[in-house]
Design a binder for this molecule. Sequence first.
Ligand code: NOJ
Ligand code: CA
Length: 711
Amino acid sequence: MKKLLIASLLLFSLSFSQTIQSPNGKLTLTFALSANGEPTYALSLGSKSVVKTSKLGILLKNQPSFDKGFRIAKTDTSSHDSVWEPVWGEVKQIRNNYRELAVTLHQKAEKDRTLIIRFRLFDDGLGFRYEFPIQQNLQYFIVSGEATEFSLTGDHKVFWIPGDYDTNEYAYSTSQLSTIDATVGHAADEIFARTPVARNAVQTPLMMKSKDGLYINIHEAALVNYPAMNLSVNQKTFALSAVLVPDPVGNKAYLQTPAKTPWRTVIVADNAPAILASKLILNLNEPTKLADVSWIKPQKYVGVWWELHVGVSTWNYADTNNVSLAGTDWSALKPNGRHGANTARVKRYIDFAAAHGFAGVLVEGWNIGWEDWFGQWKEEVFDFVTPYPDFDVKELQQYAAQKGVKLIMHHETSSSVSNYERRMDAAYRFMKEHGYDAVKTGYVGKIIPRGEYHDGQWMINHYARVAEKTGQYQIMVVAHEPVRPTGLHRTYPNWLACEAARGNEFNAWSHGNPPEHETILPFTRLMGGPMDYTPGIFQIKMDYYKNGRTTQVHTTLTKQLALYVTLYSPIQMAADLPENYERFPDAFQFIKDVATDWDDTKILEAEPGDYLTVARKTKGKDEWFIGAITDENKRSSKVSLDFLPKSRKYVATIYADAPDAHREKNPMAYQINSYIVDSSTMLNLSLVSSGGTAISLKPATADDVKKLKEY
Ligand code: NOJ
Ligand code: CA
């Protein structure tokens, strides 16, 4: 603390400073105002500095900024401690426990304009935001930037993707802060709409590890009516500064009092599992306003999807282009004979889902427009209500209902968002009339209105409009290519998941996702919310389809199973083709069994970029699942089952890499064994390069105990 104060004194001549501590006393936040009225903050964990004295402030267009000339009008401190239950999640109950400091600042020279900076200090980190209360001399204003800084203590190891206004579908790089170079090595050609920011700009959630053993994660919470934040890294001082996504004329946000920014978050711990267990971002989001949430159902689904990505079938009905919604006679088009979303094929998926207990069947390519959806930057691509001639909506509605399965609608907007907004109500009514209660949206391509970006204020408001409107229609949403999540699923629990990162699909048609990818995602992208990663690919190599491709998934088959536990989502796809699951019924059993909603989660071991082992207890059931994954390095570890209730026996079914499995040479070799275990059992896990282990733990019957060996 002393060191911190001296450091701040050297930088600024202090006119005011105030300190608060987290509930357990370990984190310390210092707010200070320099002699010329510049607000700053600093954060430490025990004796270690996490964020050195760093600037705060908001830059305004056409008027003096909110970054200096302040004096303290008042400060308020308070505490909060409560427990709440998420509609669905990784744990049944969440504790929200923090100390708060709200600093009200006046700018005397600017007719006493007022800014409030509110800090919430939890045991696992800090959130702070700017608030613009109703006041005489500020009503409508344009944010041109943020002065916010995160001044770090050294050249930390960092897991990052390039700063970009339009996409987050990059593979991660690991480097020091000083060696970040966002211009190289990111397979830029594989991402369709990119707007990279700068060589030294990165995205959040940003995961770092300091030389003195601190794990630090920077992100934001409750991104509402404001652009997303990228970070620009000063590669000499290690100060990160906020870069807001602009609109077409270069402005960042249009606000009207009363207004507030999203929370800026710094999660910190001396161990990696604690970062994954943090609920800080959810706690900083608003509770849901939905009175009835009984219709929101965590679930697993299958769908006409992977077969499109591996080229077995097509989204489009005809091999033509230059179609138009109004001018084309769709029933007169010559079908290409490979259209995936045809009634017979969809029935096959419905049968498969019904036979194996999947709630949903996603169908992509069911609606007219796919002939020229890609890359045209065209406004009227889809109408979201007209099926292709070979997709019988009514017949499928009946068939699915008979089989107790729900179809999941697909709305690829082609990023023509103005078009989608015009048609949204009709589209959701159409869904409800035809028995659909979930939609997968998509935003591939450059945004229309032209000049807007995926992560700018206009689009942030669009995603929220979709979440709100679908909530009114009682429709669940999974969004692909949106901004990365910031915990808004607490407010909109029908917004089940987002893609918003590089998903499994890249393995179908690009050089794919490196073996470490899934060990980084939980520390980065998933900090803000669930991901529709679409795991469960069994047919690892794509040359199987004789499609001329040499692409492959860069994991073993067993690692694909473990992802159902390590990559949390309330909606999980069994992404491979039914035909492939039928080849491996014993391994498929794990996907059939695994839950999507949990009472409890234990992060058993974790290191970003290296490995992760997670255990989760099924909601309302005496049953656990474990997933363990590793990066390109093989790995053995011992895992204690001491989280199980004492003196109760369970059957552990262990899906492991075969000893001769190898992610490139023999990725589909696995072995399955069942044993009797209890809370005193230590499991020996053995994972090959980019391998995994998946385990189900179910209460043992007397018969099981007789038949099975003890572990
Ligand atoms: C990209 C999405 O991520 C993918 O899931 C979808 O199949 C295609 N866009 C087509 O909409
Ligand atoms: Ca995508």
